[in-house]
Design a protein around this ligand. Structure first.
Ligand code: DGJ
Length: 731
């Protein structure tokens, strides 16, 4: 990693191990422009990529066509209203309502380390692990300062970008839009990759060609959402897992977002990523500062696989803070799909006792333990234990579970309130709503207004006092509806446009307090499955529930899209009962275990009632977890084949960082009659070392496995799976 400044050319070159990013300051006025992002460059002087020697030239040489310059120049952080008609990165309304902003270079700093982002999740590293470039730009008319941050890391090919806006003027202004990154580049028949989904179908990969105009994904739902993911990539036409160029952009934020590619009249692309401007408006009084969240950019010249591994390393080493990030997580059994709301102390203890026999390590009590909640129509907000269900109280239950030899975890949905709750009856104004409009119910609940400090305090005390009352070692933090009727009785008229962002800041503040008071708590985020599976939440919890769809086959696509960006150690995955509760499919218990192993691993079933032959398989699966979890958590991930594309089988692999071993996951989704075996080429190993496939006598050179591959015999039946463990012989 390195960051260079060439004073003569006024160019900055930001280098990771394999990539360079170059920007320059152009013309006397000091327009910040983007020159290059791609494979590492020898030279810094690539200012010609900004085409300033061509018409319409820079304004000092041709002010007659200043507008043409602004509308074509690859601006590093484009303002609006003064000539560039492409997507702006910032919009300001001044005290008179005028909307214009244009940023010029003022100064810069290059330093070791990386500054914290107050109140926001962000990547981090020591002075030896990363370095930062800060470019201060300003709009002299508004007396506005916009600071652009770029950080690089020694151990991954990622660049973290973010922006700070400071009102240095004497009047209040409205920040109407703020992107965290904007990047202009020439198009070369590139295509665009995004992740789309729905409840139970999160993060499915989708490619599209890039047409003229704007194409985007986004969320205005108050969370990153099931539907679209705060990620986009632009890739060369030939991009595969192992070859081709790809530029990835991933937003470290858990609320509304916009991720967009715009292709203009000259076939240049402008990529924009930031908080969704829809409904956003933030007042900046004189001296106020607005921190925009971080975007993580990764360029890979070796296809999607190398991009995924760069994101995985960055998130494992520089985003997740939990002490569990590099620890084996206790194997949990969650009672949601086992009992739903129909449970009591005895039922939970029976599950715990049976689970203990099978080697499971923690019982998680899900929704329905508080207020009078026997279905999803009541009690959110009333976080007192329901002693009719849990006779003897919570501490008694926890102590009994501990006595059986299991840890105990609990479910909360702290951000919500049920209309049928004491909390709502006492404080109807604490729910998000627009005056004179009956707020829309979703799952029969409302969202609490986390812009209101007393609500944040109340919610925190509810959760913390339960945690203080017993030996609770895990929390599943759920969020089961998206925001509508976005109005706050706390914020005045001028500040309603701040609510969506303040809500997210409230969630972050709550979770920060929680992990500060309970530093050893294992926190798992969740949002109706995986609607808030984003890098922002990973800053607070080392794992996130990936999807409510626990079917092994559906999970293949969901976990593939998730693992495109996230390390397997973060992907909440459980073995559940069949017929599967979401799709009704029946898959072998063994396959369900193999698929869940490529995640955090746990169970979500009534172990006292599942078929005996399934129960008998649990100790073996537990053994596999203990054998392979270090490798799965820490290793390099390779996607080999995708059932989404070939309709028959899925294959992926985890390789130890020192290439001493690998685990290959092969799932034969559909059997194929009259078909020969499959040969799978095994990537990632050391070409020159020799390896043995567990269970076989012979050995293979790494290069043989890579080039000639391994034979996977056809298996009898659909939904069959196989784990193949490959170990170096020199160990
Ligand atoms: C949605 C979660 O994703 C489920 O696992 C479960 O916790 C339910 N909410 C409970 O209401």
């Amino acid at each position: 990693m390195n960051i260079l400044y060439d004073e003569t050319g006024r160019l900055f070159k930001i280098d990771t191990q394999h990539t360079s990013y170059v920007l320059g300051i152009v013309d006397e006025e000091g327009f910040p422009g983007h020159a290059y992002y791609g494979p590492i460059l020898e030279d810094i002087d690539v200012a010609y990529c900004m085409r300033i020697a061509e018409p319409p030239f820079v304004p000092s040489q041709n002010n007659r066509d200043r507008g043409c310059f602004l509308d074509t120049f690859p601006t590093e952080f484009p303002g609006n209203g003064v000539g560039d008609y492409r997507e702006s990165a910032i919009e300001i309304a001044d005290g008179n309502g005028n909307r214009a902003v244009q940023l010029f270079y003022k100064s810069h700093r290059i330093y070791p380390g990386k500054p914290k982002k107050e109140g926001l999740p962000a990547t981090f590293g020591t002075d030896a692990e990363c370095m930062t470039l800060e470019i201060v730009t300003q709009d002299p008319v508004l007396d506005l300062e916009v600071i652009l941050f770029y950080s690089v890391f020694a151990d991954t090919d990622a660049i973290a970008r973010s922006v700070r806006v400071v009102n240095r003027g004497k009047e209040s202004i409205q920040l109407e839009k703020i992107m965290s990154a904007s990047l202009d580049m020439d198009n070369d028949n590139y295509k665009m990759l995004t992740l789309h989904g729905s409840w139970a179908r999160e993060r499915q990969m989708e490619w599209r060609s890039i047409g003229h105009g704007r194409q985007s994904v986004g969320s205005v739902r108050g969370e990153s959402s099931h539907q679209e993911h705060p990620f986009l990539a632009v890739a060369s036409e030939n991009c595969t897992q192992t070859a081709g160029d790809v530029w990835g952009f991933h937003f470290v934020y858990s609320g509304n977002f916009l991720a967009q590619v715009e292709r203009n009249q000259f076939d240049s692309l402008r990529i924009s990523m930031g908080i969704h401007p829809g409904g956003f408006s933030y007042e900046l009084k004189p001296g106020d500062v607005f921190e925009a969240p971080e975007v993580i950019m990764v360029y890979s010249a070796e296809g999607l696989g190398a991009m995924s591994r760069a994101y995985h390393d960055l998130y494992r080493n520089h985003l997740i803070r939990s002490p569990y990030k590099d620890r084996k997580r206790p194997i949990l059994i969650n009672n949601w799909e086992a009992t739903y709301f129909d449970f009591d102390t005895d039922k939970l203890l029976a599950i715990a006792a049976e689970a203990k026999k099978a080697g499971i390590e923690m019982l998680v009590m899900d929704d329905g333990w508080f207020g009078h909640r026997n279905d999803d129509n009541s009690s959110l907000g009333d976080w007192q234990v329901n002693e009719e269900k849990l006779s003897g109280g919570l501490k008694y239950l926890v102590d009994q579970v501990n006595a059986i030899g299991l840890k105990f975890g609990i479910w909360f949905e702290p951000e919500m309130v049920s209309p049928d709750s004491d909390l709502y009856r006492q404080h109807p104004d604490w729910a998000i709503a627009v005056p004179n409009r009956v707020p829309c119910r979703l799952r029969n609940q409302y969202v609490l207004d986390l812009s209101r400090p007393e609500v944040v305090d109340y919610v925190y005390e509810c959760v913390a006092s339960v945690l203080r009352s017993a030996n609770i070692e895990y929390v599943k933090w759920d969020m089961n509806r998206q925001l509508t009727d976005v109005g706050s009785g706390y914020l005045d008229n001028k500040h309603q446009g701040e609510l969506m962002h303040r809500y997210v800041l409230g969630v972050y503040a709550l979770q920060e307090r929680l992990i500060t008071e309970f530093p050893n708590l294992l926190l798992e985020n969740c949002s109706g499955g995986g609607a808030r599976f984003d890098p922002g939440m990973l800053y607070y919890s080392p794992q996130i529930w990936c999807s409510d769809d626990t079917d092994a086959v559906e999970r293949l696509g969901i976990q593939e899209g998730t693992a495109l960006l996230y390390p397997l150690s973060t992907i909440g995955a459980h073995v559940s009962d069949c017929p599967n509760h979401t799709v009704g499919r029946v898959t072998p218990f063994e396959t369900r275990g193999h698929v869940a192993l490529a995640g955090t691993f746990g169970y979500e079933l009534d172990i006292t009632r599942i078929p005996q032959e399934d129960r008998d398989m649990i100790p073996g699966q537990v053994e596999l977890y203990h054998k392979y979890n270090d490798l799965i958590r820490r290793g390099d991930y390779y996607r080999i084949a995708s059932y989404r594309d070939n309709h028959f089988y899925d294959c992926y692999e985890v390789v130890a960082k020192d290439r001493s071993e690998a685990l290959l996951f092969y799932i034969q989704v559909m059997n194929r009659p009259n078909y020969h075996s499959r040969i799978i080429k095994v990537p990632g190993l050391d070409d020159t070392r020799r390896y043995r496939v567990e269970g076989e006598e012979r050995t293979y050179a790494g290069s043989t496995l890579r080039n000639a591959g391994l034979v996977i015999p056809n298996m009898w039946g659909d939904f069959q799976s196989k784990l193949i463990h490959i170990v170096a012989t020199d160990l």
